[in-house]
Design a protein around this ligand. Structure first.
Ligand code: HEC
Length: 576
């Protein structure tokens, strides 16, 4: 969009500039705060709020009043050490510079969303400096009526009962009504890791847990190569790390980068299985592959583009996972939604919807959500642009293919701001052409009140996911336990074919939940709607935890690896 075609009514006119300047604001001439608000909604609101009641997320600090204040000054938010030490003040030029390349201006910052387009950046900064986003001067009087529901009800936090073997069952028919409790803003403060003797982590009897690697800068997805080398996506740093375990499997003996300079790499897959010759990497909006042969510690050539663009829109959920079918003929890429609940979808007539769904599948959303909140599928030999495999999956952060059934599974983060126990996150088998509800419905025919009346045609067509987790757990990774016969650390046979899921930890829930590894028992590849704790002990209190488990993988020796991008460890769970 160019400046010229903008409606003049939303520009700053000189009299406004004068009065704003008196109030301490001096927007860049020509920058457009109203356009900036739209950029904010599509690229920032997932993690930030800027105005009271705008429904923005809380993975980042609230930006109300950010213009002119010191960096990292919100007392509630758990900032990175890097931003706290940055000594920046958010004047216009600094905001602009930071937004152009946040991790270049503040290396180590957990704000990883750059805005490449200079006009968009100026507009955003104008919006952040506009009166609407200025600090509140007086608290608004509370309107008459009953008090609003509280974010943290009195009672005992459920996490106190977390322990290996504890079974959880969240059932679609037992869910509370929307807004039964307030939308919490309870982002986990990452506490420093306790001294080794005080860690008190809990795994089932017969297992032990120890540090495998440390100081890793935000390790996320892990992938174990046939030769035992472990690839680790360093999403925030744009790198793929490689670790080679020592002979005992207890520590890395080699630790380096296989590839660098990537755009938020997350999903990793080797192809073909057995003796792979490529490492596929899912970046935030494309798929590339690097030449690979067993033993390589560095990519021997530049990346080759496999899928040039996953979705026409950027912003919002940024991680993409990638898995191959068992026969290697297809690969799947999960693409999370742009927004929390697609509030701004334009209206389509029933005929337009039918045409859209004929192209994109049942329940596919459009506009900024085109080819988002979906799992896409591609032919390996001829990827092209692929097609939507399943829709309505808000943020399928991770996938895994069941080694025996070939089912594609997703772990999904569901929507925010409907209350403490809505909407459950889930792990599910993903069926071809199925629709899982987002943004109009959840867990079957439960309509999201923020989309009320929009899609009566979808009633009865929504697939209920297989395994529901406590809402807001943040299910970020899934792996199926398989181990070669005779592997020294192989888990007992009853684990074979079961799933392990990493729960990264909540922010939108009054009582903290997640921050653990859970096990889903499967029988012939089919789960019940139950899961049980496997690794617990990271939650310190309702506001803080000392790990954010984000990845889970089975090492070649049969031990289970868990990555933590809170305190930057990889843990190893092995048999006692
Ligand atoms: C995926 C979540 C996410 C998205 C999307 C995101 N941010 Fe952030 N943002 C963060 C986090 C986390 C921090 C804290 C960074 C730190 O502690 O290093 C942050 C910090 C900031 C800060 C510094 C605030 C302070 O209190 O010092 C600004 C300014 C900011 N973000 C602006 C934006 C803008 C503008 C956008 C949209 C283009 C955006 N962010 C998109 C997560 C996000």
């Amino acid at each position: 969009m160019s400046h010229q075609i903008r409606p003049v009514s939303v520009r700053f006119i000189p009299s406004m500039v004068a009065s704003l300047a008196m109030a301490g604001f001096s927007p860049a001439w020509g920058a457009d705060a109203a356009a900036g608000k739209n950029v904010f909604k599509s690229q920032c609101a997932l993690c930030h709020s800027a105005e009271a009641g705008d429904g923005g997320g809380a993975q980042g600090p609230p930006l109300r009043g950010v213009a002119g204040r010191r960096a990292a000054a919100d007392p509630q938010f758990s900032y990175s050490a890097a931003l706290k030490a940055s000594n920046l003040t958010w004047d216009e030029a600094t905001l602009n510079r930071f937004l152009a390349a946040p991790t270049a201006v503040v290396p180590g910052s957990t704000m990883v969303i750059p805005v490449a387009n200079a006009t968009e950046r100026e507009d955003l900064v104008a919006y952040l400096r506009s009166p609407a986003v200025a600090p509140a001067v007086v608290a608004a009087p509370r309107p008459p009526g009953p008090p609003p529901p509280t974010a943290t009800p009195p009672g005992t936090p459920e996490y106190l009962a977390d322990a290996p073997g504890k079974v959880h069952s969240v059932r679609a028919q037992d869910l509370p009504k929307p807004f039964a409790s307030a939308a919490a803003r309870n982002f986990p403060r990452v506490a420093p890791a306790p001294a080794p003797a005080d860690r008190n982590l809990k795994v089932p009897a017969g297992f032990r847990i120890e540090v495998f690697a440390e100081n890793l800068e935000g390790p996320r997805k892990m992938l174990v190569a046939p030769n035992g080398d472990i690839f680790v996506a360093t999403t925030q740093g744009g790198k793929v790390r490689i670790l080679r375990p020592n002979a005992e499997g207890t520590r890395p003996q080699l630790n380096g980068y296989f590839a660098e300079g990537l755009s938020q790499p997350y999903g990793l897959a080797l192809y073909p299985a057995g003796d792979p010759s490529w490492l596929y990497v899912a970046e935030t909006n494309r798929v590339v592959r690097f030449p690979y042969k067993a033993g390589d510690l560095k990519a021997s050539g530049p990346p080759e583009v496999v899928v040039a663009q996953l979705s026409p829109t950027g912003g919002g959920h940024f991680s993409r996972d990638l898995v191959f079918s068992k026969d290697g003929r297809r690969f799947y890429v999960s693409v999370g939604s742009n927004g929390n609940i697609a509030e701004d979808l334009t209206k389509k007539s029933p005929t337009e919807i039918a045409a859209w769904e004929a192209e994109h599948g049942l329940g596919a959303a459009w506009d900024k959500e085109t080819r988002r909140a979906a799992v896409l599928v591609f032919d390996t030999a001829n990827p092209g642009v692929g097609r939507n495999f399943a829709n309505g999956i808000r943020n399928c952060v991770a996938m895994a293919v069941h080694p025996r059934t070939d089912d594609v599974w997703c772990t999904t983060n569901e929507r925010d701001n409907l209350g403490d126990d809505l909407v459950p996150d889930y792990a599910t088998r993903v069926g071809a052409g199925k629709f899982y509800g987002w943004p109009w419905y959840y867990m079957g025919d439960n309509e999201d009140p923020r989309q009320a009346g929009q899609r009566p045609d979808l009633r009865g067509k929504i697939t209920v996911p297989d395994v529901l987790f406590t809402a807001h757990s943040a299910a970020t990774s899934i792996t199926f336990y398989e181990s070669a016969r005779g592997a020294p650390e192989a888990f007992p046979g009853e684990f074979s074919g079961d799933a392990f899921v990493a729960l990264h930890g909540s922010w939108n829930r009054g009582f903290r939940t997640g921050h653990k590894i859970v096990r889903i028992r499967l029988k012939d590849g089919v789960p019940t709607n139950q899961y049980e704790d496997f690794l617990t002990g990271f939650i310190v209190d309702n506001n803080s935890a000392w790990a954010r488990p984000g990845g889970v993988a089975v090492a070649r020796d049969g031990s289970l690896l868990v990555s933590d991008d809170g305190n930057h460890f990889i843990w190893r769970i092995s048999r006692e």
